[in-house]
Design a protein around this ligand. Structure first.
Ligand SMILES: *Cc1c(COP(=O)(O)O)cnc(C)c1O
Length: 395
């Protein structure tokens, strides 16, 4: 199938068809799983030519493999990137990227509301390697001021996990570019269905594919996407430190990606409906969802997102005890540390996004304890709303 001509296809069409090709050896419609460790050559000169890059060819699966290559091409196409490289987890993608792009003495700006594991990289691990990490409040103005002070790399997440704050990617990427700094965006929450940060000026897009890209909670993975030169730098470290993805896992992601837009659009619609419902509920103190007009980041979100995402968070009247009552009585939400699955999943930050942090560290990062993060699955919205109402009636 040719993908080069005609009008730009929509997100669902791209989820199904982008970079897909019939397997030449077998005619298989779906990507074959090439599960192996090494690739054989008929003679040493041919082998050496492939090893040094003079002719195409795979050598060893820690470096590259046709099935992981396919996944990388597909996610790159969905993000509008020239290239991508894949990892065993989202944290492998994030840490390998940061280690590849930063050097001792350089400075990173990151926001307080970033994912718990990432926060610890900035707070503890990168400083121990001589990288200065400035963690600033999660507002456009605070980030912009910090960037104007000088930095080599700006690290952003939007919407944030689990506080659902929105940052203006176009504005902040432009501020970073003015300092010759790279902008790296963790696009796990939005997915390329809702936001494509490279179109807004970012240099590298990262994913925890374990969430929406996989969507079925059965596999962990990560990706880094960007220009060929930047991805080559990240890949250069990945192949040495061995943080790459297994081909069997890549095949599961390839299957999941065909329904990416179908799932995410459904999750966008249901999350908005639930957020609207909860925002008028007497037992709910506060709802955080960028699709609500009252959300402080709504205008920016409406401009940079095609949908507002499948995750919302809310706090309930009655504090932590009420949070525990509601969570324990949700029939259709698993209490688990994941999001973006076809199943609805709920829980407070102490057991989900910020489980790696102590209570004191969560307080420093400004992560409220009494918030319920609610990741909408693909169940019927009416059932989820009735379920939430029944649990909230108990507080
Ligand atoms: C889950 C998550 C990560 C970490 O990904 P893993 O696949 O669990 O290593 C990073 N960033 C965000 C926003 C996440 O939600």
């Amino acid at each position: 199938m040719s993908h080069d001509d005609g009008p730009t296809p929509g997100a669902s069409t791209r989820s199904v068809h982008a970079t897909e090709e019939v397997d030449q050896a077998t005619g298989s419609v779906t990507a074959p799983i090439i599960a192996n460790s090494a690739f054989a050559y008929p003679d040493v000169p041919t082998w050496r030519a492939a090893a040094v890059g003079e002719r195409p060819g795979h050598i060893y699966a820690r470096n590259s493999n046709p099935t992981t290559d396919r996944l990388e091409r597909k996610v790159a196409a969905l993000e509008g990137a020239d290239a991508a490289t894949s990892f065993g987890t989202g944290m492998a993608a994030i840490s390998t990227t940061l280690l590849a792009l930063l050097r001792p003495g350089q400075r990173v700006i990151a926001t307080a509301d970033c994912y718990g594991g990432t926060y610890l990289l900035f707070d503890q691990i990168l400083p121990s390697w001589g990288v200065e990490c400035r963690i600033v409040p999660t507002t456009d103005r605070a980030v912009e001021l910090a960037v104007e002070d000088g930095c080599e790399l700006l690290y952003l997440e939007t919407p944030t996990n689990p506080t659902l704050k929105v940052l203006d990617l176009r504005r902040l990427a432009a501020a970073a570019r003015a300092q010759d700094a790279l902008t790296v965006v963790d696009n796990t929450f939005a997915t390329p269905v809702n936001t494509r940060p490279l179109e807004l000026g970012a240099d590298v897009v990262l994913h925890s594919a374990s969430k929406f890209l996989g969507g079925h909670g059965d596999v962990l993975g990560g990706l880094a996407c960007g220009s060929t030169a930047l991805v080559q730098r990240i890949y250069g470290l990945r192949e040495i430190i061995g943080t790459g993805m297994d081909p069997q896992v890549a095949a599961l992601f390839l299957r999941s990606l065909k329904t990416l837009a179908l799932r995410v659009r459904q999750q966008n619609t249901t999350a908005l409906e639930i957020a609207q419902h909860l925002s008028t509920h007497p037992a709910v103190e506060e709802v955080r969802y960028p699709g609500l007009p009252a959300h402080p980041g709504h205008a920016v979100a409406a401009a940079q997102m095609d949908g507002f995402g499948g995750v919302l968070s809310f706090s309930v009247v009655g504090g932590m005890a009420a949070v525990e009552t509601v969570c324990a009585n949700l029939r259709y939400a698993y209490l688990a540390a994941n999001l973006g699955q076809v199943e609805t999943i709920a829980g407070p930050p102490a057991t989900t996004s910020h489980v790696e942090l102590t209570e004191a560290e969560r307080a420093t990062a400004g992560i409220p304890e009494g918030l319920i993060r609610y990741s909408v699955g693909v169940e019927d919205a009416d059932d989820l709303i009735a379920d939430l109402d029944a649990a909230l009636a108990l507080v």
